[in-house]
Design a protein around this ligand. Structure first.
Ligand code: MSP
Length: 639
């Protein structure tokens, strides 16, 4: 029995989020790797799951008026159902609210506390409510400082517990440098090393219950819960028996690859290794950070409404086509663009044209010319022949797929298989079996079809981890019988058994038509019923709206629409340039209290600096400034 083991993980997803293409991508990639290793006979384990604690879950549950546990129990199903629909073959699904996880986290904490790796101290600093992390002034976005904080950053002074992460800095740098495979791709390793060049502070691993109660209670202080990342990262070992089942743990750990997105690099390449080091646990072999799927050129975001829903594509084109696209399109490590146009283009060229056509051309001939049976072809490949040349390309695909899966470039592996498919189409064009069918000697025709079927056999096996459903159909259609392909057969010519029945089958990948552009609306909808794009409340709070009193106003020379205002914002004087000269004369404005967006980036308008933006209501040619009702000092918060 093979003793090689392969343990692959995905990040555990925040249970509050609706699963999107980014989640589906990592999970499909992990699935593809797991399926490949299973075919190689490796002792494979594939873990995914959900991250269920933290502020956002607590808030979402409160909003719905349900208990957090009831809330996460409902939410988790969306992930579990999606994975089933996408034919994901995870061996385990961990939820951080499960006792098998929480109890291990507590045991780890107690142990680290007993050994002085965790200590109590007072924290006085900045806290980012959105990411639930403590930050420093240098983490603030441009235009902000300790006196001007974004809405989502609070100043906090509280007693907390800290993990002595800082003391592992030198060790970690050395470990990363000595183990080039530890963080991949290379440029991500450099990113982590860059991060470690600065001082590494200790990690605050607690949250007072008074502020957040939905978390794992610290075993040594019931007033606190565990910081959500310290809790979540432990899933990779709690799920495989750490502190519970030594035999299981020794069998699975260390993990071969943690697949992550580039945004969670620091938590995985700094927090996690130092935590493991403190626990005395071996490091995972590789932490691999992939890039992001963009919507065209833009970041996908709920507020922009451009997030791709994996189910929509699975429903329209089939699960396998979606899996194929995601694996073939992304150069692992880089960002990739997801658009319907690119999807349809790749689907049609690779699947409908190249692979689909090869299959249907060959099978049609086998049905009409060979009595729907695998023909008795020549089972030897004569040297220097077209057949031998094609088989060589097929063997290159076998080799490259194997190497590229090991080297985390499955896109290149898939490309190599497609080269073999295209080569087979060329071969069919050269041999022209439709002409051979008119000749008296049937052998050349049988030889051609047999070689083409053999090519399809190997390509279908190589693509099985990517498109398990369609490739099982294809294997069935060419007479391979049921069951998984045997990788040992991929390097051997003439495995198909002449005389095997070829069943009647439908086309594998019907051509996809690009949906017609929607017809222009006949009548323009009245403005009041136009769809309004929804944004998350957090996005609204990014804008700091404040009252400001106009102290001075004057026209901008050479710009008949612009006024230059000096306003007072709670004692701070600012200059704002606004396009309101056609609606207000400078003297109308002096003494008015207006509303401004105080945190827009400073801009230069017609060579004049402007620090802020006035709010105004406008319709057609009419414009009036937004003012406040009643007396309120300048600098007051609006919103
Ligand atoms: N809960 C944490 C992970 C804890 S692991 C111990 C988390 N969850 S998440 O749901 O927000 O994100 C999970 C993964 O989705 C991340 O790896 C992230 O990079 C990935 N993606 C989110 N949007 C993405 C794209 N648009 N494209 C590709 N992956 C992206 O972070």
């Amino acid at each position: 029995m093979s003793t090689e083991s392969f343990y692959v993980t995905t990040p555990i997803y925040y249970v509050n989020d609706k699963p999107h293409i980014g989640h589906a991508y990592t999970t499909m990639l992990a699935d593809m790797l797991a399926r490949s290793h299973r075919l190689l006979g490796h002792d494979t384990w594939f873990l995914t799951g959900t991250d269920e604690h933290g502020q956002k879950v607590q808030e979402a549950a409160t909003k719905r008026g349900v208990e957090p546990q009831a809330h996460v129990d409902e939410m988790v199903v969306r992930f579990q159902e999606l994975w089933e629909r996408l034919e994901i073959t995870n061996d385990d699904f961990i939820r951080t609210t499960q006792e098998r996880h929480t109890s291990v986290v507590q045991e780890i904490l107690q142990d680290l506390y007993d050994r002085g790796e965790i200590y109590q101290a007072e924290y006085d600093g900045l806290y980012d409510v959105r990411s639930e992390t403590f930050i420093t002034e240098k983490d603030l976005p441009e235009g902000f400082d300790a006196d001007h904080l974004p809405e989502y950053v609070k100043t906090i002074r509280e007693t907390n517990y800290f993990f002595r992460m800082g003391k592992y800095r030198d060790w970690l740098v050395e470990y990363i440098e000595e183990n080039p495979d530890f963080i991949q791709p290379d440029f991500r390793r450099n990113e982590t090393l860059g991060f470690l060049r600065k001082d590494l502070s200790d990690l605050c691993i607690s949250r007072p219950k008074a502020r957040l109660s939905w978390g794992i209670e610290l075993p040594f202080d019931a007033e606190y819960v565990t910081y959500v990342w310290f809790d979540a990262l432990v899933n990779y070992i709690s799920s495989v028996g750490y502190k519970r089942n030594d035999e299981e743990f020794a069998r699975r750990w260390p993990c071969q690859v943690h697949l992550i997105g580039k945004d969670i690099l620091t938590t995985h390449t700094v927090y996690w290794p130092t935590m493991l080091k403190a626990m005395g646990v071996e490091m995972p072999k590789t932490i691999f950070a992939h890039g992001w799927w963009l919507s065209g050129k833009d970041k996908m975001s709920k507020s922009t409404g451009n997030v791709v829903n994996p189910l929509e594509y699975a429903d329209r084109f089939g699960v396998d086509a979606l899996r194929y696209f995601l694996i073939a399109e992304m150069s692992l490590g880089q960002d990739s663009s997801f658009t319907e146009e690119v999807f349809i283009k790749r689907y049609n060229s690779d699947l409908a044209n190249d692979l689909g056509n090869l299959t249907s051309r060959v099978l049609k001939m086998v049905h009409t010319q060979c009595d729907a049976k695998v023909p008795q072809g020549n089972l030897e490949l004569s040297e220097g022949s077209e057949e031998a040349a094609l088989w060589k390309v097929v063997q290159t695909a076998v080799e490259e797929m194997t190497n590229h899966v090991a080297g985390m470039r499955p896109d290149l592996g898939v490309a190599s298989v497609m080269t073999a498919v295209r080569e087979a189409n060329k071969y069919i064009g050269i041999r022209a079996p439709w002409k051979q069918a008119k000749e008296e000697d049937r052998q050349p025709l049988y030889d051609t079809l047999y070689v083409a079927l053999e090519t399809l056999r190997v390509c279908a096996a190589l693509l099985t981890p990517v498109m398990p459903g369609k490739m099982a159909d294809l294997r069935h259609q060419i007479g391979c019988g049921e069951g998984d392909p045997d990788v040992a057969d991929l390097r051997v010519f003439a495995k198909l058994i002449p005389g095997a029945k070829i069943p009647e089958a439908e086309g594998l990948f019907p051509r996809a038509e690009k949906p017609k552009a929607p017809k222009p609306e006949k009548a323009k909808a009245p403005e009041s019923v136009k769809t309004i794009e929804e944004i998350a409340i957090d996005d609204f709070f990014k804008a700091q709206l404040k009252t400001a009193e106009v102290k001075k106003a004057e026209r901008v020379e050479g710009a008949d629409k612009l006024l230059k205002l000096q306003v007072d914002v709670g004692g701070e004087s600012r200059q704002i340039v606004a396009g309101i000269a056609k609606h207000y004369s400078p003297e109308d404005l002096i003494g008015k209290t207006v509303v401004i967006v105080a945190n827009v980036k400073p801009a230069e308008i017609r060579g004049v600096e402007s620090r802020g933006m006035l709010l105004a209501a406008s319709k057609k040619k009419k414009l009036t400034l937004v003012t406040v009702d009643g007396e309120i000092p300048s600098g007051s918060k609006v919103g």
